[in-house]
Design a protein. Structure first.
Lengths: 295, 372, 154
């Protein structure tokens, strides 16, 4: 916070230097967002032409639709379960590597890889692995016939996309948790061991409170990511089904807008999602800001 | 009885062996200090006793139980860390009482015991503070209190005083010693500071390069160093070392050709050896005295109670400690005599002490003078 | 062809799949280009190529007849494909069996899919699912009607 601020003497040079970045941000964020804002208050013919101003009608339609609330509910369920899973596993792996269990150098290196895999690729891999008839997991159906079928069972489908999303987020969480754990002086954890605390107790009483800022940061990132970046996985694995069991908000926006060609309805939903993510981030950062930092 | 018995203990990190088979007995009630330069394996040894490092080979037993496979919490040891290792998010009271909380002791009893221990180390008024709000000395006390509260049989100290300023260090030294007497357990204290080691130890263990060089009382180690390493490491300034050849019986020839009367020389077989003499054991004689050694004075370090005269003798740096009453100036010459009973003999190759003979007493009578 | 229940009359099956549209309001040159493209797509060689490399039916009667004459449907690997045409042309299409053209048809179709999934997975009765699909479809049509207000559709 008290670091020296680098200032440019030449104001116009500074403007010139940030212009390319501003141009990108404008082209790919502000412009589409502005367009969506306009569409949300109009009825937009799918193949162009005169739009009509309809005020709040699109929002009223969205909020009056029980299927929209279904997708909100599914999104929340998805976000919270995949966040909990991804953070739990990330923390577990990070604590293994932090304790330098055998082979930790290799794990430290390879655990990060899943994060580099694009969501549709993750979806495709999970679709094959978890295919009920031919996938790796189909063995379950040999032992317990009909137990696993994400094409028919909404719960299985939700489990599938939660697993896929958590898998791709574990790597990110792992790296941050590991950095957090390694910033805690080793002797502090050792003092805990001398005081009689086992590994789990030390994690709960000493390490977790000390990496609380990292922890809350990751909650924000994970939940936001689950809301926004889940499209690729849903599209490839379940397509929102069966019977809308995995119809997440972001997927519904896509199917209403680009498949159903109802841009206005999709734009209204995008705005709601955007405000939701903003609010979530705001609340969580306020919470994080208030956390005591120890040095 | 909390004896700590260490048998052929080995530790390696990858291919680097840092502890080469150590045997050591620390008996109940001992205050043992492990002294050595940094990287000699002394902290590693302590951490193996504590259970914070695995023992690669050999055995450690505490109170009659082999502890190799036991978790730290099962060994009955408490430890004070170099950087105190206090829990920054807990108050002083929570820090001290954490081990009791883990043992599942009720809050009322916990607070009572915390208060009692805090009283001993003088922290009653700071129980609600966070470690960040304490001074170095106070943090040190919290660390001590945290170790004491479990009433352990074994206290381990890992250079606990090195982060304190000189004055506080002396004070804490006395307090640690007092505490040891009061609690009556076994203490193992690791340090690289020889003054700390000499003043605290009942049993002084000098380590070098993963091996024990010598075990003894501080007096024994000072007066009869077992090796050239110990001779050079203990004592400030360190012992002067000279190369000599055995000449005619009872005579040692120095590199320059000068000779020293030394009857004890005949008891050892080696012909090439090292002689050592402590700076404070050297006597001054009148110029022209037969057998007197002469050294040009390069400079003089004034210490108040005395001074250290530096010069070059027999092609090596040489230091003589003199009482303050004697006037010496740089550029002058010193005429010295080496009392034969004050000379230490070492094997030139192995560096081990050669004579089993007693070193004459009455020389500085074992009091270690702190030149610092 | 799939069997039908006894006492039910078999009708032609519904046509589906991709379609090409030429939108209004373009220049003469653009329409000429579009016409040339449609001619190309409907040429016999093109129409015959598509069923040969995919499972689609030929889209002109001329091409179908030609393929029959040249023995396409009796060649191993292609035999039986004429069943699709038999099914599609079983009866002359009536009001309920001809191809569907609806506003926001893809939305309606996806609602229908979801409701049918709900029926197949036992979450709803078939009647309930179909009723819901109708209700959802009507809502979508109302929005389409409002969006296209004042426009004459060809």
């Amino acid at each position: 916070m008290s670091g020296k601020r680098v200032t440019f003497k030449n104001f116009w040079l500074a403007i010139l230097l940030i212009l390319p970045q501003l141009f990108l941000v404008f082209t790919f964020f502000y412009w589409p967002a502005g367009e969506a804002l306009y569409w949300a208050f109009t009825l937009e013919p799918p193949f162009g032409g005169e739009q009509q101003w309809v005020g709040w009608q699109n929002f009223e339609t969205v909020f009056a639709d029980p299927l929209y609330w279904n997708s909100v509910k599914r999104s929340l369920l998805f976000a919270f379960s995949s966040t909990a899973l991804a953070m739990g596993i990330g923390l577990l792996l990070a604590s293994f590597v932090d304790r330098q269990l055998a082979g930790y150098k290799v794990y430290r290196f390879i655990y990060f890889w899943p994060y580099a895999v694009a969501a549709p690729a993750v979806g495709l891999a999970f679709r094959f692995i978890f295919a009920p008839d031919a996938g790796f997991v189909s063995a379950i159906n040999v032992w317990f016939p009909g137990l696993w079928n994400p094409a028919l069972d909404g719960f299985d489908a939700m489990v599938l996309i939660v697993l896929a999303n958590a898998w791709s987020m574990v790597a990110y969480n792992f790296i941050f948790f590991l950095a957090g754990l390694q910033s805690i002086p080793r002797s502090l954890v050792e003092a805990g061991a001398m005081d009689g605390a086992g590994a789990v107790r030390r994690m709960r009483d000493l390490q977790l409170p000390l990496i609380a800022p990292t922890f809350f940061f990751l909650i924000v990132i994970n939940i936001t990511d689950s809301f926004v970046n889940s499209f690729g996985i849903v599209d490839i694995t379940t397509g929102g089904g069966p019977a809308r069991a995995t119809d997440l908000m972001v997927f519904k926006i896509y199917s209403d807008g680009f498949k159903g060609k109802d841009y206005s309805l999709a734009a209204a939903q995008s705005l709601v999602l955007m405000l939701m993510v903003c609010a979530l981030t705001f609340i969580q950062f306020r919470f994080v800001e208030r956390r005591v930092h120890y040095s | 009885m909390a004896d700590i018995l260490i048998r052929s203990v080995v530790k390696s990190y990858g291919r680097t062996k840092v502890v080469h088979g150590i045997d050591l007995d620390i008996l109940h009630g001992d205050f043992a200090v492990i002294l050595g330069p940094s990287g000699c394996g002394k902290s590693t040894l302590l951490r193996m006793i504590a259970g914070l490092e695995e023992i690669d080979a050999g055995e450690i037993a505490i109170a009659g139980r082999v502890v190799n496979e036991l978790e730290p919490r099962e060994r009955g040891c408490a430890m004070v860390f170099q950087n105190y290792a206090l829990y920054p998010h807990m108050s002083v009271a929570e820090n001290i009482g954490y081990s009791l909380k883990i043992m599942g002791i009720r809050k009322a009893e916990r607070l009572e015991r915390v208060a009692a221990v805090a009283r001993i180390v003088g922290l009653e008024e700071f129980l609600d503070r966070r470690p960040a709000q304490l001074s170095g000395g106070q943090r040190q006390r919290v660390a001590m209190a945290r170790a004491m509260i479990k009433e352990p049989q074994v206290f381990l100290f890992d250079e606990p005083l090195s982060n304190l300023d000189a004055k506080l260090r002396v004070q804490m030294r006395i307090e640690i010693r007092r505490l040891h007497r009061r609690l009556g357990g076994t203490s193992v204290f690791v340090t690289h500071d020889q003054v700390e080691a000499m003043t605290l130890a009942d049993k002084l263990v000098v380590m070098n390069a993963g091996r024990i060089e010598q075990v003894g009382t501080p007096k024994e180690v000072y007066h009869r160093p077992a090796s050239l390493f110990v001779a050079g490491f203990i004592g400030s300034p360190p012992m002067n070392i000279m190369r000599v050849e055995r000449a005619t019986p009872g005579l040692a020839r120095l590199a320059s050709g000068a000779t020293l009367q030394m009857p004890r020389l005949d008891t050892v077989p080696e012909s090439s050896l090292r002689l050592g003499i402590r700076p404070e054991d050297i006597e001054l004689v009148a110029p022209g005295t037969p057998g007197a050694m002469e050294m040009p004075v390069e400079f003089v370090e004034e210490l108040g109670a005395g001074h250290l005269v530096h010069g070059e003798f027999e092609g090596a740096e040489f230091v003589v400690a003199l009482p303050g009453a004697i006037e010496v100036v740089a550029g002058g010459r010193l005429h010295m005599r080496f009392p034969p009973e004050a000379l230490h003999m070492f094997d030139a190759v192995s560096g081990l002490r050669l004579d089993g003979g007693e070193k004459a007493s009455g020389l500085s009578s074992g009091a270690v003078r702190e030149f610092a | 062809m799939l069997p039908v229940y006894e006492g039910f009359q078999r009708h032609n099956s519904l046509v589906g799949g991709a379609s090409l549209w030429v939108m209004q309001g373009k220049s003469r040159g653009e329409y000429q280009a579009a016409a040339a493209f449609l001619d190309y797509v409907a040429s016999r060689a093109e129409v015959e190529w598509m069923p040969t490399v995919t499972g689609y039916i030929p889209i002109t009667n001329a091409a179908f007849r030609h393929m029959q004459e040249t023995g396409f449907y009796s060649r191993p690997g292609f035999a039986g494909r004429e069943t699709a045409i038999t099914s599609l042309t079983f009866t002359p299409p009536n009001e309920n069996t001809r191809g569907i053209r609806l506003g926001n048809f893809t939305s309606i179709r996806s609602e229908l899919t979801s409701e049918m999934q709900a029926a197949y997975t036992g979450q709803k009765s078939v009647q309930q699912a179909l009723d819901d699909a109708v209700a959802r479809g009507n809502q979508i049509l109302r929005r389409f009607e409002q969006t296209m207000r004042g426009r004459q559709l060809p």
